[in-house]
Design a protein around this ligand. Structure first.
Ligand code: DX5
Ligand code: ZN
Length: 212
């Protein structure tokens, strides 16, 4: 199981936290970007993110919780450390247009779905994408409780991938800890995002390895 670490809920300052993630065994830094419209809180612009990760080595898995994700594609495409750029299905009238925009860049493209959004909505998109980010909490803040009723989506996504020969990675975001990571692994996830479970702990690697 791959692990991305999110730094939305932290106990030390941002710089210390980013350095600790960078030196950890995490596969990715999961970067949550919020605009205060798609979700109530707001945090970074792409320029901020570029600055924060100027000297780090890890690849970034960028999760855009924003309205008009199309506005940010160009800037992220210029950052060589971004691997996945993920938009929310619910954030745009025609997600396929944004997906195509991203596919014309060197970035891999992800589609995120809120807990109430059914997999059937994104079926026509699955042929075109590299990651599905299944939200297991309401997007917008860390430290929430994992919603078990999303587990069936992971199984469905795995079946669809197998039946059609698609290649996307199934990633799960929100409320991940040792126990919930086991559940999503059994359901067929390839990757998890962990925020508070790792960043509120004293030993990042110990926690990360427990999730695999
Ligand atoms: C939620 C974010 C998550 C969040 C996860 O909106 O997308 O990435 O930081 O935090 P935990 O692991 O604490 O639920
Ligand atoms: Zn996230």
């Amino acid at each position: 199981m791959k692990v991305g670490v999110s730094f939305l809920t932290i106990k030390e300052d941002l710089e210390t936290t980013i350095n600790k993630i960078d030196e950890s065994t995490a596969d990715y830094v999961h970067v949550d970007m919020m605009d205060g419209m798609f979700v109530p809180n707001s945090n970074y612009t792409p320029a901020d993110i570029k600055k924060i990760f100027k000297k780090t080595n890890k690849k970034l898995d960028v999760h855009m919780m924003v309205c008009s994700p199309n506005k940010y594609v160009k800037e992220f495409a210029k950052m060589s450390n971004v691997e996945y750029l993920t938009l929310h299905y619910e954030s745009h009238r025609r997600p396929i247009d944004v997906i195509n925009m991203i596919r014309h860049t060197p970035l891999k493209v992800g589609i995120a779905i809120n807990p109430e959004t059914k997999v059937s909505h994104i079926v026509p998109l699955l042929n075109h994408i590299d990651q599905v980010l299944v939200m297991s909490v309401k997007p917008g803040k860390g430290g929430q409780k994992f919603m078990e009723d999303i587990l069936y989506k992971i199984e469905t996504l795995k079946d669809i991938r197998e039946e059609n020969g698609y290649h996307y990675v199934i990633n799960v975001d929100g409320g991940i800890n040792e126990e919930t990571a086991k559940m999503v692994k059994e359901a067929g996830a390839d990757m998890v995002v962990a925020g508070s479970y790792v960043c509120m702990s004293d030993d990042y690697n110990e926690k990360i390895e427990k999730l695999r």
